[in-house]
Design a protein around this ligand. Structure first.
Ligand code: AMP
Ligand code: GLY
Length: 427
């Protein structure tokens, strides 16, 4: 089977690396890929947003299945475009991707289908938002969310009215997130630990594929601004079998049924960001793809070939028993450039990747890297993900950091506490 993976991050490197080990994958192509992916698979220099060129590429390469990594092409309707040409693709239609691309849609959808989430109001103007804040129905702190995609920066947890009002002005008057902030969701602030729950659906059937915990803030002890994710562990020690079944019954299955009933069956990876509140698990957000760096810790745990599962899902025939997940523990440490997340440097030579990869139980996935004069250099904010694997979290964490410590480039930064909270609960 000939497979095309779309994307250029460490998530896609992990996907490609996984597929390369599977006998069903006779050819794996990645567009556009990165310096690490091009060492293990063929890459094609086509941008993720260029859906026409990606379709032409899939035709020319006689691709049997296209797998989409990031949300951008999904939001642009790549699944609809491929479907119209009869080309098989794993990923949701633009209408189904609204679970991620419009928080107002996702919240209203959850309300229609009794999926547990924070109480909320959707506001179309600053005046409406001020009125909601004045009424004070959600108390304090209160959470404000830009409706559309905002690169992880569209959420403000406001401690008081003044902070909430300035968040309204930033989104709706200054238009800091462009059109994404022209609608706002205002919601109650939930408390509890956060976990990421992943499932795969064909539009009707759905199977869980794993759980993880992200580390979103740039600095240790969850300080500093939010990032795309500075590390992850899998599985989440907070989700046992009983809680996993409850999440499937109360959240994942109603979402898949509801989307089908509304005429937009959800076919793809569904990633639910959950908060484990005293009243049970509630949805913080949905993503319609795998997480990054969560994919780097979830995919290696799957104890059976991934490609047949994704192929069946893309065909609408995922009628099967649960996916087998192994018992190991994984820890991912993201290595970033100086200045990330506000800005990032590029062009710094990177040393030590092969030494890190040489450590048993360590894998290195590339994100912002490029080849220059035969050397690997930095090319973006998040540069590499170093993953450690073990039978316990202490071993997985030690391996991930042993790997990270072999790597060097000017301005390199990474968190030193990935997985520490898991150690208190698991092992
Ligand atoms: P999101 O971009 O929706 O994942 O939100 C970013 C972060 O904001 C989440 O990871 C949570 O830590 C926090 N957050 C979002 N919604 C809420 C909420 N209703 N209550 C408390 N924290 C929230
Ligand atoms: N790590 C969070 C995300 O991929 O959305």
């Amino acid at each position: 089977m000939r497979v095309l993976v779309i994307g250029s991050g460490a998530r896609e490197h992990a996907l490609v690396a996984r597929l390369m080990t599977e006998p069903e994958a006779t050819e794996v192509l990645c567009a556009p890929g990165n310096a690490g992916i091009s060492r293990i698979a063929r890459t094609a220099d086509v941008a993720v947003a260029d859906t026409d060129a990606l379709l032409t590429l899939a035709d020319r390469e006689a691709i049997d299945l296209t797998i989409v990594g990031p949300e951008l092409p999904l939001s642009l309707g790549i699944a609809d475009r491929f479907a119209a040409q009869g080309r098989l693709l794993f990923g949701p239609s633009a209408a189904a991707a609204r679970l991620e691309t419009s928080k107002a849609f996702a919240k209203a959808f959850m309300a229609r289908h009794q999926v547990p989430t924070a109480r909320f109001r959707t506001c179309e103007s600053a005046d409406e938002a001020f009125a909601v804040l004045r009424a004070g129905e959600f108390g304090s702190p209160v959470v404000l969310k830009a409706d559309g995609l905002a690169a992880g920066k569209g959420v403000v947890v406001a401690d008081d009215r003044a902070a909430a009002e300035s968040a309204v002005l930033a989104a709706m008057s200054e238009r800091r997130f462009g059109a994404s902030g022209d609608r706002l969701v205002i919601e109650e602030c939930l408390t509890g630990p956060e976990v990421s729950f992943f499932a795969t659906s064909d539009g009707t059937n759905v199977v869980p594929i794993g759980t993880a915990q992200d580390h979103k803030r740039i600095f240790d002890e969850d300080r500093g601004p939010n990032t795309g994710g500075m590390g992850a562990i899998a599985p989440s020690p907070l989700v046992d079998a009983a809680l996993g079944s409850r999440v499937m019954q109360e959240i994942i299955e109603p979402v898949i049924r509801g989307m089908a009933a509304e005429g937009h069956p959800f076919r793809g990876f569904l990633y639910a960001g959950l908060m484990l509140t005293p009243d049970g698990p509630k949805v913080i957000e949905f993503n319609v793809r795998l997480g990054d760096p969560e994919a780097q810790v979830i995919l290696p745990l799957l104890d059976e070939p991934l490609l047949p599962i994704l192929m069946a899902a893309a065909r609408g025939a995922l009628n099967r028993s649960p996916v087998r997940v192994g018992g190991d523990r994984l820890t991912a440490v993201v290595v970033a450039s100086r200045g990330y997340p506000e800005s990032s440097e590029s062009g710094q030579p990177i040393e030590g990747i092969e030494q890190a990869e040489g450590i048993p139980g360590v894998a290195v996935y590339h994100a912002g890297t490029a080849m220059r004069d035969g050397r690997i250099v930095t090319a973006g904010g998040r540069v590499l993900t170093v993953v450690g694997r073990g039978t316990r979290f202490d071993e997985a964490i030690a391996r991930a950091y042993a790997g990270a410590m072999r790597i060097h480039f000017d301005g390199m930064q990474y968190r030193r506490d990935i997985g520490r909270s898991a150690l208190r609960i698991a092992d």
